[in-house]
Design a protein around this ligand. Structure first.
Ligand SMILES: Nc1ncnc2c1ncn2[C@@H]1O[C@H](COP(=O)(O)OP(=O)(O)OP(=O)(O)O)[C@@H](O)[C@H]1O
Ligand SMILES: [Mg+2]
Length: 267
């Protein structure tokens, strides 16, 4: 990685969260190159806020890769259309067959502007070769190869893995902690800004399955469902963000047709 020591803090480049009110809590945004865990319970809009970031960055000319192991790309796109994302405004490149990755990368290069690349479990499955010794195949390797190829050939700015939890379920890693160390090292070396979604139960006191991910990651944004005055909402906190003086106050994450907002109370 091209990690260098900066002379002053203004040199830290950041990407917006595209959630109205959150960048102010982060000195302007998430530092480029960071690996951020998006940890939360079911239905707390983990996928949506990651998609929102990649969508808006694609509009701004950046390339993002969204790997969806939890739901098919059709289900993901339909959900986002229902969330008022206008897919006609952005270059959505679906990789439904990894064997055709080269052609798809060429499409992105020809576009010469931002793109949101989406691939899913069934597309990856075609490339994952299981053996008797390792019946679950090497999902991680396939994911790494896609990211590496896109980065080398078209340029890659941002990466979303939805989710780390699904990767664990598929992979059946033997020495998980060592493997995790290498996963984080890989994304750091790629010099891209990464978002790893972590499924956490409501009552969990941790932000990840093994507890080490939260130390290996540069940032954690936690999302939980809350009930107040018989109203349900998603409560969010920036638990940590390295190289950032972040505001850890709990806020309510709200979505309306204009976008995502951070509110101080349920309305
Ligand atoms: N327009 C909307 N405004 C607010 N919430 C919405 C809207 N459309 C859908 N939702 C809610 O968003 C939630 C799902 O969002 P999303 O898929 O991003 O969450 P998630 O945390 O990734 O969920 P999962 O655990 O299923 O992966 C659902 O509970 C759904 O009811
Ligand atoms: Mg999701």
């Amino acid at each position: 990685m091209t990690e260098t020591i900066i002379n002053e803090k203004s040199e830290i480049k950041r990407v917006s969260t595209y959630i109205d009110g959150v960048d102010d809590k982060l000195q302007g945004g998430i530092p480029l190159g960071h690996i951020t865990l998006i940890a939360g319970a079911a239905g707390t809009m983990k996928s949506s806020i990651c998609f929102n970031l990649l969508y808006n960055e694609a509009l701004a000319g950046k390339i993002g890769l969204y790997i969806s192991l939890e739901q098919t790309y059709t289900s993901l796109i339909n959900h986002m259309i229902n969330m008022d994302f206008d897919m006609s405004k952005v270059n959505i490149v679906v990789i439904s067959d990894i064997a055709k990755l080269k052609e798809q990368i060429q499409v992105i290069k020809n576009l010469g502007k931002g793109a949101l690349i989406i691939t899913d479990l069934s597309a990856l499955r075609k490339q994952v070769v299981g053996t008797d010794m390792n019946p679950t195949g090497d999902w991680l390797n396939v994911i790494k190869n896609i990211a590496k190829n896109v980065r080398e050939q078209a340029g890659l700015d941002h990466f979303v893995l939805d989710s780390l939890s699904a990767l664990y379920a598929l992979s059946n890693f033997k020495d998980v902690r060592v493997k995790l160390f290498h996963i984080f090292e890989f994304f750091r070396d790629m010099d891209i800004t990464s978002f790893l979604i972590s499924e956490m139960p409501l009552d969990s006191s941790r932000y990840s399955e093994y507890g080490v991910e939260e130390y290996l990651s540069d940032g954690i944004i936690s999302l939980q469902l809350t009930h107040r005055d018989r109203k349900e909402a998603t409560e969010a906190t920036i638990v940590k963000m390295r190289a950032t003086n972040c505001n850890r106050d709990v806020f309510i994450l709200k979505k309306d047709p204009q976008g995502f907002h951070a509110l101080s109370k349920i309305i």
